[in-house]
Design a protein around this ligand. Structure first.
Ligand SMILES: *[C@@H]1O[C@H](CO)[C@@H](O)[C@H](O)[C@H]1NC(C)=O
Ligand SMILES: *[C@@H]1O[C@H](CO)[C@@H](O)[C@H](O)[C@H]1NC(C)=O
Ligand SMILES: *[C@@H]1O[C@H](CO)[C@@H](O)[C@H](O)[C@H]1NC(C)=O
Ligand SMILES: *[C@@H]1O[C@H](CO)[C@@H](O)[C@H](O)[C@H]1NC(C)=O
Ligand SMILES: *[C@@H]1O[C@H](CO)[C@@H](O)[C@H](O)[C@H]1NC(C)=O
Ligand SMILES: *[C@@H]1O[C@H](CO)[C@@H](O)[C@H](O)[C@H]1NC(C)=O
Ligand SMILES: *[C@@H]1O[C@H](CO)[C@@H](O)[C@H](O)[C@H]1NC(C)=O
Ligand SMILES: *[C@@H]1O[C@H](CO)[C@@H](O)[C@H](O)[C@H]1NC(C)=O
Ligand SMILES: *[C@@H]1O[C@H](CO)[C@@H](O)[C@H](O)[C@H]1NC(C)=O
Ligand SMILES: *[C@@H]1O[C@H](CO)[C@@H](O)[C@H](O)[C@H]1NC(C)=O
Ligand SMILES: *[C@@H]1O[C@H](CO)[C@@H](O)[C@H](O)[C@H]1NC(C)=O
Length: 634
């Protein structure tokens, strides 16, 4: 299999491998403006192969091997609509004023320019396929068309069957199970949303490719530019920004049943910490209310709010989450393969994100809806041709790797490599190298470069999803949104994050505390990178009730949990919040959480109330209140 092939390729091993990326400041993209393929995955936590996790994801791993893989990327709120609105506008929930699903920032907050809109206004053809913006009221009822998109957003017709009772139960009846491996032929319309989304995206790529070959004016695509402002009137076809949103592994885990067999139950490990953290304040608890209502979990009659799912369900639930993820990986692979076949792979920046994390039984929790790191940390991969793929040696960039054709041997090899990879993550490999002796260092570098060869460049530096908008603008060499002023409701074009392009184009020097680089014509020098990330989650009450405490409507929000992750700590305050003024009251602290990363990476013990940490808590509280502006690179 190609995805293990490169282990056998002998590569030059020397210190130079650490610096070769640093030298790379010119883009292979200079000649033509780069396209962007923006892939958004619903509810995907960083348990992919390339993150050292158990998910079988050969296609994303292959992309990762040619990308920068961010291991500390945090979303601003762990819920689909607020997170997506935040990273697509480059602003935080307090500025989009969206914490639920029901308001449209252009009406409720300000007329903010979005990431795709910015590309569109710079002459790009922009298109949305599947779930990119959260559809519905939070994106104006039409996915922010025509502001963000050149053509109306496409949604698969089978989206309407999301909660349909199509899952076979043991008793032969059909239910709306959360665990729902299916026979695709027997599904309504004989297909699934992600299969349809892939097909539409592939059609767009093929049409763009033929538009490029034949001259844009002759193509059908041209007629579909419905807002009359298209740059397809240029003789040459424009670059594109294509956003594709896949639905899986969002619940229900409805996916072709073949993928289930990749995860025999005996091979699925469950969480080592399936109980509530010690001293966890009640506000931190989310009740996974909607999940309890699926046909296969309802009979458990779990008491609200603290009744948890029995351990014998944990294995099967993880199995289904993983299988749905592998099905999604296959659709990513097909998409990348079409990108390559269409001749775009050499000139397309690819970003793949999960919209937030997911809890799979850790802490006895499921779903997102919280400030735990499991909910706020999400996958983020950035592929820049000619920059992040310089060590990729296979002939094909994006060979289609069918996970269902994996042999057992491939799977075992891959698993072993993932375990090795996991050991290298969450520690600053470069810093460790400096304290090793000559021989050890040689071995370490050889090992590490072998891993990176197969798994991409792992970037441990902090990034936030609000940084994606400025970063992509930077990488594509269009104007970068400036940092927003404190009250930016009247400012259309700005972002509450910064470009992390320097970490991609000059990664290796960054870990030595000397960050410079980015776009060569606008180098910015920093002495230190971002030293914290910020996320938040709202609650209607300090003690959870039902479903509405997972996802309170704006009118019911009385508490906001503001959370800050630093290198050493994860600190949260649950404070009074006025949903009319959108302001938190820092004198009204309902609860605090402090987890110490080095001692308790799984966040099993809240130590905020411990006397010995009193001074630390005071200090972190002040830093949390000063907020993200205090933590920007400088
Ligand atoms: C970026 O764009 C500017 C014009 O806006 C151009 O002068 C410059 O050459 C471009 N740089 C790269 C690296 O493409
Ligand atoms: C969604 O928008 C529609 C049309 O503007 C409106 O009628 C409806 O009340 C909104 N729904 C919610 C829950 O706000
Ligand atoms: C919002 O911005 C868009 C795009 O720049 C513009 O066309 C529209 O008129 C603006 N709307 C308002 C209400 O300012
Ligand atoms: C692609 O082109 C074909 C042939 O011109 C056309 O029928 C189809 O609608 C186009 N698809 C899209 C998504 O633009
Ligand atoms: C044609 O392309 C150029 C450069 O890419 C751009 O500046 C111009 O606005 C485009 N023309 C139209 C009509 O979109
Ligand atoms: C992409 O770049 C590689 C390496 O420069 C080259 O071998 C390949 O032919 C290119 N492919 C396309 C489709 O341009
Ligand atoms: C960044 O640092 C380099 C090397 O120290 C220096 O040559 C360059 O002028 C600096 N650039 C800016 C924008 O300060
Ligand atoms: C607010 O909360 C109450 C009590 O839980 C619930 O009955 C009501 O429907 C909620 N309002 C909204 C808009 O969700
Ligand atoms: C929220 O602020 C508004 C405006 O200042 C005020 O009228 C209202 O009483 C406040 N609500 C709460 C619950 O404090
Ligand atoms: C903030 O909370 C404190 C303590 O509960 C309270 O005394 C004060 O009135 C609150 N301020 C506002 C603006 O609600
Ligand atoms: C980040 O660094 C700045 C500058 O040294 C400092 O003021 C700030 O408190 C730090 N923030 C955190 C959360 O450590």
């Amino acid at each position: 299999m190609a995805w293990t092939c490169c282990r056998n390729i002998l590569i030059a091993v020397a210190w130079s491998i650490f610096t070769s990326l640093g030298i790379q400041t010119t883009f292979a993209l200079d000649q033509e403006r780069p396209n962007v393929l923006f892939i958004v995955i619903d509810d995907l936590r960083p348990s992919l192969g390339c993150y050292g996790g158990p998910i079988i994801s050969p296609n994303i791993d292959q992309l990762a091997a040619q990308s920068a893989v961010f291991t500390n990327a945090m979303v601003q709120q762990s819920l689909c609509a607020p997170s997506r609105t935040s990273f697509l506008t480059g602003r935080r929930p307090d500025t989009t004023k969206l914490y639920d699903f029901y308001s449209y920032w252009r009406e409720a907050a300000g007329n903010y320019t979005t990431l795709p809109q910015h590309f569109k206004e710079n002459g790009y053809f922009t298109a949305s396929v599947g779930k990119v913006f959260h559809p519905g009221n939070s994106s104006g009822g039409n996915d922010d068309y025509p502001y963000s998109w050149s053509v109306p957003a496409y949604h698969p017709s089978t989206d309407q069957f999301i909660y349909a009772k199509v899952c076979p139960n043991l008793d032969g009846k059909l239910g709306d199970n959360v665990m729902c491996p299916v026979d695709v032929d027997k599904m309504p319309e004989g297909t699934l949303p992600d299969l349809q989304a892939f097909e539409r995206a592939a059609e767009i790529l093929r049409n763009l490719s033929s538009a490029k070959a034949t001259g844009a004016e002759k193509t059908h695509l041209h007629e579909r530019f419905e807002d009359g402002k298209s740059s397809l009137t240029n003789a040459s076809s424009p670059p594109f920004f294509l956003a594709v949103g896949y639905r899986k592994p969002h619940v229900p885990w409805k996916y072709p049943k073949e993928y289930e067999s990749l995860y025999p139950l005996s091979s699925v490990e469950i969480a080592s910490n399936p109980t509530m953290p010690e001293e966890m304040p009640s506000a931190a608890w989310e009740v996974f209310g909607r999940l309890r209502k699926h046909s296969d979990l309802r009979p458990l009659k779990l008491p609200l709010p603290y009744g948890t799912i029995p351990l014998n369900y944990h294995g099967p639930m993880r199995q289904n989450y993983y299988a749905a993820s592998t099905f999604m990986d296959h659709q990513v692979g097909r998409l990348l393969n079409v990108l390559e076949e269409s001749g775009f792979a050499n000139n397309t920046i690819i970003v793949l994100v999960g919209d937030h994390g997911w809890q799979l039984g850790e802490h006895g929790e499921w779903c997102k809806f919280s400030n735990f790191e499991l909910a706020t940390r999400a996958p983020l991969l950035v592929h820049v041709p000619g920059v992040t793929d310089t060590r990729w040696m296979a002939a094909d960039k994006f060979e289609l790797l069918d996970p269902l054709l994996l042999t057992k041997k491939d799977a075992v090899e891959k698993k072993q490599m993932n375990i090795k990879l996991q050991r290298y993550l969450h520690k600053n490999a470069i810093r460790e190298v400096e304290i090793l002796d000559e021989q050890e260092r040689y071995e370490f570098i050889k090992d590490y470069s072998d891993l990176e060869q197969n798994n991409g460049i792992h970037v441990d530096d902090f990034v936030e999803f609000v940084d994606i908008f400025p970063t992509l603008s930077d990488l594509a060499n269009i104007s970068i949104p400036p940092i927003c002023p404190p009250k930016s409701f009247n400012v259309d074009f700005c972002a509450e994050g910064v470009s992390f392009a320097p970490l991609i184009t000059n990664k290796m020097t960054s870990t030595r505390g000397d960050i410079s680089g980015g776009n060569s014509n606008r180098v910015t020098n920093f002495t230190r990178w971002k030293n914290a990330t910020f996320s938040q989650y709202p609650r209607p009450s300090i003690v959870p009730t039902g479903e509405s405490s997972d996802v309170p409507h704006l009118a019911n929000i009385t508490i906001m949990g503001y959370s800050m992750r630093t290198r050493d700590y994860h600190y949260t305050e649950w404070i009074g919040f006025n949903h009319t003024t959108f302001e938190g009251n820092w004198s009204d602290v309902g609860a605090r959480e402090l987890y110490i990363n080095a001692l308790d990476p799984d966040q099993n013990q809240n130590v905020a109330g411990y006397i010995k940490y009193g001074t630390l808590v005071k200090d972190l509280s002040q830093r949390l209140q000063r907020g993200w502006r205090d933590c920007l690179p400088n």
